[in-house]
Every structure is written in C-alpha cells, then in structure tokens.
Ligand binder design. Structure first.
Ligand code: JCF
Length: 675
C-alpha cells in the first residue's frame, strides 16, 4: 500500500517540476533557482525509488533511462514531412511572391516570417497528450525512430499541458543546439581528447543519432516547433499565426522571434532585420522562412513533391573569413583527375569550421597564385565545398614561392597528363591506388550498388593490400578476409559480407552508374538503360547511336564509347557478371506509364534542362516530338513557352506546367489545363 501522503506529494512534485521545466526551457523565464529545482527533482527521484509502482513514463525523472538501441526503427509519417525550397536574393523572393499572388489571384499576401534554424527536422507524435514517438524526417515519408533521444530534450514536453488536448497530433519542429550549448559541448569534447564538432548542426545531428540516450542526455539540445501534420480530435487553426499560438498553448516551444508581415516588402524588411540581429541570437540561423499565413490559401497553393508552394526559405548570402594557407595538397579522384586543395588554419565561416578549400585545377591555382603561407579569404555557400575568394597579397610573407604543380601523381608516381584544357590527370589508371579506392567507393555507394558498411577505411585496406584490384574482386571476398581487416569485428564483417552478396541483385541503371563511366551520372545511366534496354547493346553502340539518347551529347558519347572500348573495362564487366551481378532482363524500351503517349516540350524549365525532362519522359515510355498536332497527347510548358501552347489550345491538347509535371513524376495524376 502506498501512503496517501506519498501519492499526493509525488503528484505535487511532478506538477511543480513540469511547471518549472516549462518556465525554464520553453518560456526562458525561470521562477526558481537551479538549486531549488534540483532539490525538488531529487525528492521525486527518491520517492519513485522507494515506490517504483509510482513511476510513469511522463514523469520528469523519466527522460533518460532507455536502454542502448541496436539501431533506429522506421517510422512512417502520418502526413509527409516537407522541406523548403530556397531563394537567395530579393528578385527571387519577388518571383516567389508573384507566383503566390498569381495563383491566389490577390493583390497582397500576409506572411508569417521566422528565423530558419540550422538544426534537424523532427516529427513528434502525441496521443491524448502523451509523447509517444519522435522521428527524423528521413526521406519525408519514412523517418527514423529517435523517441528515446528526443525524450532527453528538456524543452520537449513529455505531456501536453493544455486543459483540452487533441486526441492525436503530429507536431513538426527543429531540434537544434543553442550557440552556448555548442561551445560547452566542444569544450567538453576537447577536454576528453575527442574531436570537436564542426558546427552546431552536425553536433545536433550527431547527438540525436546516438544509440545510447544517456549520451544524448548530456548534449544541451533544444527544440522549436513550427507546424503540424495529422491532427485528430481538435480544430485545425485557420492561420499559421494561430497555429503557432495553438502549439504554444499546448506547452510546446515556439520561436517568439517571428513576425506577421505584409507582402514582399514586409518579408524583405524582416529579412534585413534578422540579418542584423543574427549575431546576437542565441541560436545559429542560415536564413529566414516565410509562410503564407492563411491556411486556406496554403491549401489552394498546394505542394510540390518535396516542398510546399506556400513557403520558402530566404537564405543569407555566403560568408567569408580570413585565414592562412598551411599547405597545398593534390588529391586524386576516381578518374585520375588531380585537384589541388588548400589546407587551411581552421577558421569558422558562418558557424562552420573550414580547414580545406578547393583550388579547382592547376590553371586556376596558377591564375590565382595561391601560395603556402598566404592569407586568404575563404567563402562557403550552403553545402558546397569551401573555396578561396581572394588572396590578401599585402600580407604575403617575404620569400614565398609560387606552387609548382607536380608532374608525377602524388599517390602512384605515374606521369601527370594535361587534357581538356584545364584538367590534369594521373596516367596511372588502375595502377593508381587512389583511383582504385575511389572506383570501389563509387561502385559501393548508395545510389550505385549500395553496399552498406563498405566504408572508406575498409576499402583503403582492401585496395592497398591488393586484395581488391577491381570492383569484381569484391565478390570473391570471404567473411574471414573481411574480418582480418583493422577495426572489423566478426559481426561487422558478416554484415559487410551479406551486403556484398545482396548487391548482386541490382538494376541496369544502378550498374551503369556504378561503373563510374566518365560523364555518366545517374540521369544519363537511366536514359542509357531505357533507350537500349540491355547492356550488350550499349557496349556495342557507336557514338552516332549514343548521341540519339536524350541527354547524351558528343562529349558524353565519346566518353561512353571510349570506356566500353577499353579491354580492361570489358574484362571487369565480364568478371562482375560471372560473379553473379545481375538485373531484370529487358522489358522493352518503351514500356512505362507513358507508353503510347506523344509529348511536346516548350519553354525553359526551372529545375531541369529540357534534355533532362525529355530523358525522364522517355524513360517512362513517352515519345517526345518537336511539333504539336492533333495526335499530341500533352504539351509540357516551361517558362516563356512559344507558340506551341497557343497551338495546343487551338487543338484542345492539354497543357501541363512544370509543377504539374513534377507532381505527376511524383506519381500523382497530371494536372492539366486546357483552356
Ligand atoms: O527552422 C527551420 N529550419 C524550419 C524548417 C522552419 C520551418 O518553418 C519549416 C522548416 C521546414 C519545413 N517549415 C517547413 C514546412
């Protein structure tokens, strides 16, 4: 029997701790000292220890304690999680606003503007007020179950606090590491002799993907909520502003640095204001987000495949910082291309630590005359590789010398040849271990043969010990050979072995892409597979036939032809097939959801080239022709379409715009417009 006094005290302590937690982590306005909080917490902990029956999952003591996970299970989102499309300038923002106004047919739109945090998107599922699941975005449809880790985030309520809570709600938000937390964490990393995190985003992502929630609990993560997915048993608010107030009323943390603004001018004023306040904010941001305020207008605008038409991220421009060049290294790529890279004194550029910058190619390096010991301005924009914006010539040390580009490959010592004007290439081909490693890495990569667990270190050992000379050698590796490699336990070698075996069953486009034919990316690999249907036909095609493939021009055709003419490459392909690498046999070249459809393209497309659009359509079986006739099934019109649209209207041929096409490609029915 539990004494009533104990029961009452436990309930009172929980209520108080929930309240103070909310004051501290959500409202940022504590009423009691940390010591007082700790005393209450310790008292509750002691009572729950003495009366374990009283422990409940939403007790403030139950944030940590889940066991170490094996991995993260999949979570299917009730409503898919969208990301945001970006604009980088005022004119692009004006375009966005105009598209919104045109579609809505209104003069001025009210937006909600908010800072764009540089963190990790999360979906929280509350059932009858109780936090039951937290998942990462993943691919938008299926994410990873990170519930145990998210429970350790103090700003995340384990139970919603409103008097009336929805039966079921998916809350969307961003997990982030406040600037102060990032500094503390990196100090601790340094003291423990561990590598510091490059930026708060990486630190947040790494912390959330810890298999041991006790480690996550030591990371000072926080949370802001900005949207909802599925909502049942509660009225959906009518505006984004009301939605944020609704989330706040449920006890969820919502960013108060937001604003309701009018039109494009209002957005821009907010942007400029945040840009000046950025350095003073307690969290890292990489831009601002605008959302159409009215939810009924949001519904009218709808969504594209991955991002809504009613919202956009306005990114801050690339940032620069000055640092010193410690050295210049020449890296060898998969095709032997040599890229000079500047090794830098690490410097923070827009919150990211930068220690390398690409110098592109020997000519560019010579033109810029970057020297070891130089002070340089480094620039980075988004996720791209940092580059050197300028050299501070006034600070160049006396006696420095221009960098002499090597005439021998730094890895294998083969001669360096210059081709295509700017590219320097190691002539070592498959003798060069750097090239071999890269070839294997590419072959095993996710979009190619997708061999999970075959990482960089393992590949390096296998290639350098000559156990793997070509990608075909992967298929004769035994589990014990894998286990002999450094840092490979029995279990991981068994996993890699299994992954290699699984990869035998693949598809022709993946296989073609995985071969690493120069100039052949995923789209071209797909177009080749669809156009020819089988590998033998591609291997024996001449350049003239290859050029007929959408997206393949003379340069690409020559590269493909040269690749398949090379006896060594043919031998590797043969060995792969002998090892059992296979794919479904040809299905005919024009089978697909668009088989029998005749399509005409006109205008320019925003996200794809016209050839890419053509390739995508042909890959699905369509016939793409040049002019509109009564036999045309659809006209697909990009921006500034020509007279073909007029003709289509006259003949009653449906016209689809780029968004409609994208929606269709995402397996929805095409939106047609045949005014
Ligand atoms: O802060 C963010 N990173 C952020 C991401 C804010 C938002 O309001 C978002 C988002 C991603 C998608 N809204 C959507 C719809």
């Amino acid at each position: 029997m539990i004494p009533v006094a104990v029961l009452e005290r436990v309930v009172a302590l929980r209520k108080a701790l929930h309240h103070h937690n909310h004051r501290y982590y959500v409202q940022d306005d504590p009423e009691i000292t940390d010591a007082e909080y700790d005393r209450l917490f310790a008292e509750l902990l002691a009572l729950e220890r003495d009366f374990p029956e009283l422990r409940v999952p939403d007790s403030p003591t139950q944030r940590v304690g889940a066991p170490i996970a094996e991995g993260f299970g999949p979570v299917v989102h009730g409503q898919s999680m969208l990301s945001l499309s970006n604009v980088f300038s005022a004119p692009e923002l004006a375009d966005f606003d105009k598209r919104v106004r045109d579609r809505l047919g209104c003069e001025k739109v009210t937006y909600v503007a908010e800072p764009k945090l540089d963190g990790l998107a999360i979906s929280l599922r509350y059932e009858r007020g109780l936090l039951v699941q937290a998942a990462t975005r993943g691919d938008g449809t299926v994410g990873e179950d990170v519930t145990a880790n998210v429970r350790t985030i103090r700003a995340c309520p384990l139970r919603l606090t409103a008097a009336v809570v929805p039966e079921f709600i998916e809350v969307r938000g961003e997990v982030y590491l406040p600037k102060a937390g990032f500094l503390v964490l990196n100090q601790r990393q340094a003291e423990a002799g561990a590598r510091p995190f490059a930026n708060p985003r990486n630190a947040a992502a790494g912390s959330l993907r810890q298999l041991d929630p006790r480690i996550t609990a030591t990371r000072p993560l926080s949370l802001f909520c900005y949207g909802i997915g599925v909502l049942r048993g509660g009225a959906t608010p009518e505006s984004q502003d009301a939605l944020l107030k609704f989330l706040t009323s449920l006890g969820l943390p919502v960013n108060s640095d937001r604003g309701v603004v009018q039109g494009y001018e209002g957005c821009l004023a907010y942007y400029e204001d945040m840009k000046t306040r950025r350095a003073l904010l307690p969290y890292e941001i990489d831009g601002v987000v605008y959302k159409v305020n009215s939810l009924s207008q949001q519904r009218m605008l709808g969504e594209l495949s991955r991002s809504p038409r009613w919202a956009v991220a306005h990114k801050f421009p690339a940032e620069e910082a000055v640092t010193r060049v410690k050295g210049i290294e020449v890296q060898v790529g998969r095709t032997g291309a040599l890229t000079p890279v500047a090794l830098l004194e690490p410097v923070s550029v827009g919150g990211v630590s930068v220690s390398h910058a690409t110098l592109h190619n020997p000519d560019e390096l010579a033109r810029r005359d970057v020297r070891i010991g130089d002070w340089v301005a480094v620039r980075r924009a988004g996720d791209v590789i940092p580059e050197i914006a300028s050299v501070v010539k006034e600070r160049r040390p006396a006696g420095s010398e221009p960098f002499v580009f090597p005439d021998r490959c730094p890895v294998c010592g083969s001669p360096v040849v210059r081709e295509e004007g700017v590219i320097a290439r190691c002539a070592g081909g498959l003798v060069c271990q750097a090239q071999r490693r890269q070839t294997v890495r590419h072959f095993a990569s996710r979009r190619a043969l997708d061999i999970e667990g075959l990482g960089e270190k393992l590949i390096e050992q296998l290639v350098d010990s000559a156990r793997v000379k070509t990608v075909a050698d992967l298929y004769s590796l035994s589990p014990s050979e894998l286990a002999q490699c450094e840092r490979m336990g029995e279990r991981s070698s068994a996993n890699v072995y299994a992954a290699i075996q699984r990869s035998r069953a693949t598809t022709l486009p993946r296989f073609l892409y995985g071969l690493g034919i120069p100039q052949v990316g995923e789209a071209t690999a797909l177009a080749l597979a669809q156009s020819f249907g089988d590998l033998e036909a591609i291997m024996s095609a001449d350049e003239a036939r290859l050029i007929e493939v959408p997206d393949v021009g003379p340069v690409v055709a020559r590269a493909i032809h040269a690749f398949f003419t090379e006896p060594h490459n043919r031998a590797v392909i043969k060995a792969l097939r002998t090892a059992g690498v296979h794919w479904p046999v040809r299905v005919g070249t024009t089978q697909g959801p668009l088989s029998g459809k005749t399509i005409v393209l006109t205008g320019t497309f925003t996200d794809m080239s016209r050839d890419q659009v053509k390739a995508l359509l042909m890959a699905r079986g369509a016939k793409v022709v040049a002019s509109v006739s009564s036999r045309t099934d659809w006209v697909i019109a990009g921006r500034d379409p020509g007279s073909k649209v007029q003709k289509a209207h006259e003949l009653g041929v449906p016209v689809i715009d780029e968004d409609g096409l994208k929606a269709w490609l995402d397996d929805r029915s095409p939106k047609t417009d045949s005014r």
